[in-house]
Design a protein around this ligand. Structure first.
Ligand SMILES: [Fe+2]
Ligand SMILES: [Fe+2]
Length: 293
């Protein structure tokens, strides 16, 4: 594997922070088994991460000193490790995005768009939800909690879906995505616990978190698909082969990673849902052993 791993658990949390330092120099242009469609699908996702994960970090950081969780030492340790893991993900996705840029795939522009879209949504969301008593910090945390459910779910699907794994033919890229997928599941409860700690578990919190999941999923798929079309069109790869690959491995009932997510995504609508109800411990143990973590 093309990475120098160092592991730290200074936060004393239930999961560590791993610094990976991947070297993306030898990653081929179409690293998902030679498929431009699937490679751009993953690149369109990767383009969302630097700005997206900074937004997650800022959202949690903004409320970590709230009186209702300030003295919860266990949760504070988890928050520190969560920030550490997300910061490392941002770091590695920036490095990968730069390596895609080398091939002429304009991920820099998409990264800037992601940040613009997030800041636009924050600004107008704050105005729109003010009359309902939802302040900007709550809105940010709602977005983070919803999107963390999405990332944990797509991550566990990646660790389960053997059709996709068979296509991850470049070892560096495969390891980067599996590492990220493991950590998304290790820290999947942190934003949720912060949200419940600050805003409680009542009907108002339930309506806010479930309606925000619907809103953020529509926004996320809209943006990711727009980015995908942008990458394919600029690369002159917007053709039936690319679309067929994307349909088969993302959206088909038998092999699709996105279609595989729906059951776990819907769990979020249970009134007493908690991310750890979706037990991924055995799955993570298997993968951590496989990657030598
Ligand atoms: Fe992440
Ligand atoms: Fe995350």
């Amino acid at each position: 594997m093309n990475a120098k791993i160092s592991v730290s658990n200074r936060a004393g949390a239930s999961f560590p922070v791993r610094r990976m330092n991947f070297d993306f120099n030898d990653v081929p242009e179409y690293w998902v088994s030679g498929s431009p469609g699937l490679t751009h699908f993953m690149t369109a996702l990767s383009a969302l991460f630097p700005a997206g994960e900074r937004y997650f970090i800022d959202s949690v950081r903004a409320v970590r000193d709230h009186p209702s969780i300030k003295d919860n030492e266990a949760l504070q340790k988890e928050i520190r490790a969560f920030i550490g893991q997300e910061a490392m993900h941002t770091h590695e996705h920036i490095a990968f995005n730069a390596s895609a840029q080398r091939y002429g795939h304009d991920v820099d522009t998409l990264d800037r768009y992601t940040n613009t879209i997030i800041q636009f949504a924050r600004k107008y969301g704050a105005k729109a939800f003010k009359p309902f008593g939802v302040d900007p910090k709550m809105l940010d945390l709602l977005g983070t909690t919803a999107l963390e459910h999405f990332t944990a779910t797509i991550a566990s699907q990646l660790l389960k879906n053997e059709h996709i794994q068979a296509l991850m033919t470049d070892e560096t890229m495969a390891t980067m995505w599996y590492w990220h997928a493991i950590e998304e599941n290790e820290h999947k409860a942190v934003a949720f616990d912060v949200f419940e700690g600050v805003f409680g578990k009542g009907p108002k919190a339930y309506i806010a978190r479930t309606s925000s999941l619907i809103f953020y999923m529509v926004a996320l798929f809209g943006v990711q698909n727009t980015f995908l079309v942008f990458l394919l069109a600029k690369d002159k790869q917007l053709n039936t082969r690319a679309l067929k690959d994307i349909y088969t491995y993302a959206y088909s009932p038998s092999k699709g990673i996105i279609t595989g997510m729906y059951k776990e995504m819907l769990e979020y609508f249970k009134f007493d849902f908690h991310p750890n109800d979706l037990d991924t411990n055995a799955l993570l143990d298997h993968w951590k052993q496989k990657l030598g973590f």
